[in-house]
Design a protein around this ligand. Structure first.
Ligand code: SF4
Length: 454
């Protein structure tokens, strides 16, 4: 198999610097420490079946030239593999503290001994061309040390691939700061990569996000900020590379009790960052082209509750079931089925008995806003319109339904409640309990969605 480009990500041992405020990997508790042979085996597996590879990107969350992370034996193995695959460019990352005469000269000598002269590009996370800011984000470099490292690379005919972060916290004018950084980096680098600053679970930046004082840029804002660089061939732009859902450390999980029907348990920052992620960064699974909003349940994860078990059992026989994206509506916001076990969605409780008129009103308002934002941002994915509806199976008088109905109206999206109104009203009048699991209603739900031909 011939390949243009391949990215290998192998994490091994902690980054020697380990202090950047946006870095999650270096703060993790358990970081793998692998032997040389195991590392080579992993690399071999990654390259299996490839006969020719034009470009190899090798990332290891730290420094390729730090022998504690990538032993010299393994560094050489990568170079040999590149030669075997006739690789024209090898890109690896490195903190300037390891870009030394000794380390670079050694790589150059190995390449000479192999009689192989690929383009070697060293990815350096400069992030910003501002010494004051570099100190604040604890990058462990200065513009001077960066320039020195780049000078050394040039000396050995290696190239600098400089990474910049757009929208760093503490920055008053993100545009001005990025422009200044791009100008500086262009003077010193063969390539620049602008990435959207995004907070990962163990990073200090995640706490800043939770404080609600700073937010990652959504796609539109990021494109507005970086659009002017799009045509520059020396610049690559990445909005959501390697982005993941919000992950909460055990310490953070222990810190709060998400119980009770109150404002705290409705607008808690843990929920807010999840909702921001879901609206602005999350990509719904490709196959899911139709939304079905469902209620939450006391038992978590929801699919273990009696109500959800009954709904799921009936729903699974719908033709095209796999296309239905089940999204629960609850006080944490919207919860797509695939995240129902993630913290805190299986670790909260909202007691209806504690609800007051004021909290119900607030719930409806907050929930409506969350639904609106989700529907608006994912319109292209689901392609719902005033004709192609979103579905729900919700009690008509519930705040979740009212919020959803209002949101759909505002977004001009059709809404079909699969809970048969006539049968529901009748059963309610009869004083029927556990109404959502009633067989008549579940059968009607099936018929209504089957008729809709999703
Ligand atoms: S240099 Fe890279 S791996 Fe090390 S702490 Fe900073 S971002 Fe993390």
């Amino acid at each position: 198999m011939e390949l243009e480009t391949k990215t290998i990500i192998i994490e091994n041992n902690r980054c020697a610097w380990g202090k950047c405020i946006f870095c999650s990997f270096s703060k993790k508790r358990d970081i793998p420490v692998l032997g040389e042979n195991r590392l080579n085996q992993l690399i071999e597996n990654e390259l299996k079946g490839i006969t020719t590879l034009k470009q190899l990107k090798f990332f290891n969350s730290g420094s390729f030239l730090d022998a504690n992370q990538i032993p010299v034996f393994v560094q050489d193995f990568v170079l040999k593999k590149c030669k075997e695959l006739k690789t024209e460019e090898l890109i690896f990352e490195c903190h300037p503290m390891f870009i030394t005469d000794k380390n670079i000269e050694r790589i150059r000598k190995t390449l000479d001994s192999l009689n192989y002269n690929p383009k070697i590009s060293v990815a350096i996370g400069l992030e910003t061309a501002d010494d004051r800011m570099l100190k604040k984000i604890k990058k462990g470099i200065t513009l001077q040390s960066f320039e020195k490292a780049v000078g050394l690379l040039k000396k050995y005919n290696f190239y600098a691939r400089t990474y910049l972060m757009a929208n760093l916290p503490y920055e008053k004018d993100v545009e001005k700061s990025l422009d200044r950084s791009v100008d500086f980096a262009l003077k010193h680098s063969e390539k620049i990569c602008i990435i959207n600053t995004y907070p990962y679970g163990y990073a200090e930046l995640f706490d800043i996000w939770l404080s609600r004082k700073w937010h990652p840029l959504n796609k539109k804002d990021f494109e507005n900020l970086t659009g002017k660089y799009k045509k520059n061939k020396k610049i690559e732009i990445y909005f959501d590379d390697f982005i993941s859902y919000p992950k909460f450390s055990i310490a953070k999980q222990k810190k709060v009790d998400l119980y009770g029907a109150n404002k705290f348990n409705l607008t808690h920052p843990y929920y807010e960052v999840w909702q921001e992620y879901l609206a602005d960064f999350y990509l719904p699974p490709k196959i899911k082209n139709c939304i079905l909003f469902l209620p939450c349940s006391f038992r978590k994860p929801y699919s273990m509750s009696k109500t959800h078990k009954a709904i799921l059992e009936r729903l699974k026989s719908v033709f095209g079931y796999e296309k239905i994206h089940q999204i629960m509506i609850s006080n944490p916001g919207l919860i797509p089925r695939e995240f129902e076990s993630k913290y805190p969605f299986a670790n909260y409780d909202w007691s209806e008995a504690q609800e007051t008129p004021a909290i119900k009103k607030l719930y409806t308002k907050v929930t409506q806003e969350r639904i609106e934002k989700y529907l608006e941002n994912h319109r292209a994915h689901y392609a719902y319109t005033s004709k192609k509806p979103v579905f729900c199976y919700l009690k008509y008088e519930s705040e979740s339904y009212i919020a959803l109905e209002n949101a759909c109206k505002k977004q001009n999206i059709a809404l079909v409640n699969l809970l048969d109104k006539e049968a529901y009203d009748f059963l309610k009048k009869e004083g029927m309990r556990s109404i959502l699991t009633n067989q008549i209603l579940l059968d009607k739900m099936f018929l209504h969605i089957a008729k809709a031909k999703i």
